[in-house]
Design a protein around this ligand. Structure first.
Ligand code: 5GP
Length: 209
């Protein structure tokens, strides 16, 4: 009897504005990973579609899913609730597909604590500097300086969670950052050689702190 190989779980987290959503899409497309689509109570942005970017639901519906124990993890982020439903994900993993998650540090910690039987790779994406982050956030929220200030404050708090991740990658340049992530994933999942430099990363984090 041949045992089918289980898929791996790859989590990408980052403080707001570090560029993670683009990276998740690129990795999924080029490596054929299944993207976990979360449920959220946040209202859709103009470029977002229900069932593709998120399942957009209201607070009552979210609470019902919590009550029915449907979530692998869930958390409140910036006044909205976000959660990963177990159903789809477990199926894909059991079929041998790798699944990539774009979730925050709270959800990551819940998944780590669950000690599931699937291989887990957790990656924290950071901006090159606070000045660059400020610029990226200002471009994204041009009309709302308050949001920018709030996200900058949140950045200092989020940064403290880097230690819980297996890897930290700096998003200085999208292509380079993408290549670094691919190298990590190939080293972890395909036994290729890793070029990850932990010492450099720790120095970068010291500067940000
Ligand atoms: P946004 O509203 O900008 O799409 O996402 C806000 C934050 O929520 C991001 O850091 C994103 O990674 C996180 N997030 C998205 N989906 C989930 C989820 O299912 N669970 C958790 N814990 N965080 C999520």
């Amino acid at each position: 009897m041949s045992l089918k190989k289980r898929g791996a779980m790859v989590i990408l987290s980052s403080p707001s504005g570090a560029g993670k959503t683009t990276l998740v899409k690129l990795i999924s497309r080029n490596k054929n990973y299944y993207i976990s689509v979360s449920h959220t109570t946040r209202t859709p942005r103009s470029n977002e579609f229900d069932g593709i970017d998120y399942f957009f639901i209201n607070k009552d519906q979210f609470q019902q899913l919590i009550n029915k124990n449907e979530f692998l993890e869930y958390a409140k982020v910036f006044e909205n609730y976000y959660g990963t439903s177990k159903k789809n994900i477990i199926n894909k993993l059991d079929q041998g597909e790798n699944v990539i998650f774009d979730i925050d540090w709270q959800g990551t910690e819940q998944i780590i604590d669950k000690r599931l039987e699937y291989k887990l790779v957790t990656i924290f994406i950071l901006p090159p500097s606070k000045a660059v982050l400020y610029e990226r956030l200002s471009n994204r929220h041009m009309k709302d300086k308050l949001i920018v200030e709030e996200r900058m404050k949140q950045f200092d708090k989020d940064l403290l969670h880097w230690k819980n991740y297996s890897y930290v990658v700096i998003n200085d340049d999208l292509d380079q950052c993408y290549n670094k992530i691919i190298n990590i994933l190939e080293a972890e999942l395909e036994n290729k050689k890793s070029t990850y430099n932990k010492v450099l990363i720790e120095e970068h984090i010291k500067k940000l702190l």
